[in-house]
Design a protein around this ligand. Structure first.
Ligand code: CP
Length: 355
């Protein structure tokens, strides 16, 4: 069974095929490739873009999306194996995955970390449990990585820069009132390194380095793709001659689960906000962010309203790239009647004709 849990398991060519198909889908958004198909969207955490783009994307492909919020309208789920279930959870992921696999052609899950123990959270056990028990493809809608956001980010980079190789990609940490998930930052490193970009990771101090797995993977992927990865705490050095500025806030892993200590560590670094002065140092860079974004905290109004801010383009590309990924995932798993790719990358179906 092929899932879409992380882009680490995909070759650049496979991801580029999704990106190319996404560009085609942007031109012809309403199709019938997945008529009669369904996808379950399990949200353990809030969402605007992910939920709207998956629901609308499924509709545009002729499929149905059912949104389930365990613990809020659907039964709470236990994910750990061998547990005596005498707590709040009413059913186990074994049954949830089994039941939804009987109804649906794919299951997507958003499950943020618990923010208590990074040695636990970094294992991504919740989505792995779902994948272990499901008999249909599982899609990661954000856990400790956000591969759907990666696709949209790279589609947007290619829309604006063309070939991404050797272009300077700055991933800048920004201050935020709370210590946030590292998922989008991990993912930005994974995708930019796979596509040969020269990455500069800008952090306020070493405590904000990302998990060694993502640092090491990005480093080795960059070496293989002809790109590079460097780390700096120097704002001017980072922004200078940048082609792309990508902002994200995240909590220091060394203070994981200690919100007050992390807040104190973070406090002196409010000046990491993306502003016009910093953007003026770049090589007429585009600015983007996965959203949601607190204005005048992570980036100023002037930056968000500038022509070079392409965050809305990236949000739109969530729709096109997820549709492409879904078509390719169902084709790759060769489900009876599922979409199949023809030689040009367009999707067809052996159940319903494409329109
Ligand atoms: N970028 C993103 O995943 O947005 P949502 O949290 O609104 O889904």
């Amino acid at each position: 069974m092929q899932h879409f849990l992380t882009t680490e398991h995909y070759r650049r060519e496979q991801l580029q095929q999704m990106l190319d198909l996404a560009a085609q889908l942007r031109q012809t958004p309403v199709r019938n490739d997945l008529a009669g198909r369904s996808i379950a969207l399990l949200f353990l955490n809030p969402s605007l873009r992910t939920r709207a783009s998956f629901e609308i994307g499924a509709f545009q492909l002729g499929a149905h999306a059912v949104v389930l919020e365990p613990g809020k309208g659907a039964w709470g789920i236990e994910f750990a194996p061998g547990v005596v279930m005498d707590g709040d959870a009413e059913e186990h992921i074994a049954e949830v995955a089994g039941v939804l696999s009987r109804y649906c052609d794919a299951i997507a899950l958003r499950a943020f970390p618990q923010f208590l123990d990074w040695s636990e959270d970094r294992q991504d056990k919740v989505i792995r449990a779902l994948a272990a028990h499901a008999s249909v493809p599982v899609i990661n809608m954000e856990t400790i990585v956000h591969p759907c956001q990666e696709l949209a980010m790279m589609r947007t980079i290619q829309d604006h820069l063309g070939v991404p190789d050797q272009r300077k990609f700055v991933l800048t940490w920004t201050w935020h009132p709370r210590g946030l998930n590292t998922a989008v930052a991990n993912s930005a490193l994974l995708m930019a390194s796979k596509f040969g970009m020269d990455i500069t990771l800008l952090i306020p101090e070493q405590a904000y380095l990302l998990d060694e797995h993502y640092m090491d993977t990005a480093s080795s992927q960059a070496a293989a793709s002809g790109g590079s990865l460097s780390v700096t705490t120097d704002i001017h050095e980072a922004y200078r001659d940048a082609d792309w500025v990508y902002a994200k806030s995240w909590g220091a892993l060394s203070c994981y689960g200690q919100s007050q200590a992390e807040a104190a560590l973070r406090e002196p670094y409010r000046h990491f906000i993306v502003d016009e002065e910093k953007m003026a140092l770049t090589h007429q860079a585009r600015f983007s962010h996965c959203l949601p974004l607190r204005r005048n905290i992570k980036a100023t109004d002037a930056v968000m309203d500038a022509d070079y801010c392409v965050a809305l383009d990236e949000a739109e590309n969530r729709l096109h790239t997820q549709k492409a990924m879904l078509l390719q995932l169902l084709a790759a798993n060769a489900l009876p009647g599922a979409a199949q790719m023809n030689a040009s990358g367009a999707a067809t179906s052996d159940r319903e004709p494409s329109v």
